[in-house]
Design a protein around this ligand. Sequence first.
Ligand code: C5P
Length: 227
Amino acid sequence: MTSQDFIIIAIDGGAASGKSTTARALSEKYKLLHVDTGSHYRALTQALLNAGLESASESQVQNYLSKLNLDVDIEKRTAHIVLNDKRLNYSELRSPKINETVSYFAAMPSVRSYLLNYQRNQAHIAKEHNFSGLIMEGRDIGSVIFPSATLRLFFYADEATRASRRQKDGEQDAIAQRDKLDSQRKAAPLTCPEGAIQVDTSSKSIDEVIQAMSILIEDALKNAVHP
Ligand code: C5P
């Protein structure tokens, strides 16, 4: 990779489809900044719950967001969201209460537009910190945030595989319910973006998925047009 080859890899997919494990490994392999946008929605959800806004109207939520301060903390290859100087740790972000309520807030257009520029700006942050690129995972990365990404991937797995992955994580998480809410919402629903490469992770080991993605990344790099 030469210094001018800044790449953006978008990975979308439902809960427990294998996005995070793959994105983390690829971020190491290709020196990419890893951004998990699910953690952005999760952190906002916790802030809204803390502010007593669980049943608030969208305009109350919007009013709260307008006073919130957003920042980023880069640790090794991962960018973490910081809200009002507070960064939540992994287990705080994956509490049963957040799992239960995050899709409700994520369906609000004002919440999504609040995060849009922040998420797009992660590419500039990655460049400033001399990463070779950005790998961002979520539900609308290839469709809304970076529709012109170098590579757009859509991960999926059968329901039994996804349920057993969550069980192994020891998490209380109604993933089918979350996916339903995420797919049916009007604003940036969970869907395979047109032209994205579909990746079935059901019967593949993590190493097999990484190997297959590495071939795609290296192909994309070879075919990229550099000025
Ligand atoms: O990826 P994760 O399961 O942590 O995402 C938590 C929730 O955040 C999703 O169920 C979805 O409601 C929301 N989300 C979203 N758009 C993204 C990433 C996550 O709506 N790009």
